[in-house]
Design a protein around this ligand. Structure first.
Ligand SMILES: [Fe+2]
Ligand SMILES: [Fe+2]
Length: 328
């Protein structure tokens, strides 16, 4: 079986942005992107995207944003169905992607209805129901680090607490930890650890630390991952979180694990907010080479890099806002 056969494909995908840094009501829908503009939506420094494959009822949630209000309220205003979110994937252990997760698990009421068991019910049936009634959260093990920051003078800022694993489990989540590519559905995978091979450096810092017992180690954000969808006859859709590994590394690894070279869309954070001019230049040069059909730098990409993408690649560029649904 070839790599691409193993990866699988979908005929179509729809990605709805539930949480992002920007909101805008004066936007025009097209064949490729439909905007919800009936009511204002809430924006915050965070990210969450609802993934629908092949017009299936069953949906996948990518990250949860920060506040207990934004995701839940935006879904309510957009009249999106809560019931069919069957899997959650976490991009990495930064709070702008996970802090709302407990409230989302509880508030969206994702778990199936309670069941009335009749006398004589078999233990096996109850066990099966218990397994089915959990919602998997797929994450890299390093997402659960207690993170710190070392200032120039050596003082430590922190702790930035890890995601509350036990709270999530108590709210019905089954935590699936892996650093490998993980199949969310045929043709739709999380990447796991993304090898860092390119020129990109701005997504990580030599000042970042995490605690391992009594030791403080360099935090290279190994947990950072993306979602990759192979859309038949179009190519890859790369959905990043923060792209701390580098957006070029992320795309290259997406091509590697799928065996698909063509890149249709790159949506999410590109993490270029603090990048040097040279890194932005090289990133744009790479994008010009691979020519994606849609370029949607949002969340942590930063105004400067976003405006450069808009100037240099006006045709594929779309400004990322909350309430956008990309039809892929
Ligand atoms: Fe982020
Ligand atoms: Fe981040």
């Amino acid at each position: 079986m070839s790599k691409t056969d193993n990866f699988g494909f979908v005929k179509s995908a729809a990605l709805t942005v539930l949480v992002d840094n920007k909101a805008d009501l004066i936007v025009e829908s097209s064949d490729q992107v439909k905007y919800f503009t009936d009511k204002p939506l809430l924006a915050e420094h965070g990210l969450s995207v609802l993934i629908q494959l092949d017009e299936s009822d069953q949906k996948i949630l990518w990250d949860a944003g920060v506040s207990k209000i934004a995701l839940i309220e935006n879904m309510r205003r957009m009249k999106l169905d809560n019931k069919n979110i069957k899997k959650i994937a976490l991009s990495h252990g930064h709070s702008d992607h996970f802090a709302a997760m407990t409230d989302v698990l509880i508030g969206l009421d994702l778990l199936p209805e309670e069941k009335e068991w009749k006398a004589g019910v078999k233990e096996k049936d109850i066990e099966e129901w218990l397994v089915d009634s959990q919602i998997p959260i797929i994450a890299h093990p390093a997402a659960f680090r207690e993170r710190w920051w070392e200032k120039d003078d050596g003082t430590m800022i922190g702790p930035f607490l890890p995601p509350p694993l036990e709270q999530w489990q108590a709210a019905g989540a089954e935590i699936v930890l892996t650093d490998e590519p993980y199949q969310l559905a045929p043709g739709c995978w999380t990447t796991g650890y993304i090898p860092r091979k390119s020129f990109e450096t701005s997504g990580r810092s030599v000042r970042a630390r995490y605690r391992n017992g009594s030791e403080m180690l360099l935090d290279d954000l190994e947990d950072d991952q993306a979602v990759v969808i192979n859309v038949k006859s179009k190519g890859l859709v790369v959905l990043s979180g923060c792209a701390h590994s580098g957006i070029v590394n992320t795309i290259e690894y997406a091509r590697n694990i799928s065996g698909v070279a063509r890149v249709h869309a790159v949506i999410g954070g590109y993490h270029l907010a603090l990048a040097e001019e040279n890194e932005i230049n090289q990133t744009i040069a790479y994008f010009k080479e691979i020519q994606p059909h849609l370029v949607v730098p949002s969340h942590c990409t930063g105004f400067k890099a976003i405006s450069r993408f808009e100037q240099e690649m006006p045709d594929p560029f779309i400004e990322g806002v909350v309430g956008a649904t990309y039809l892929l």
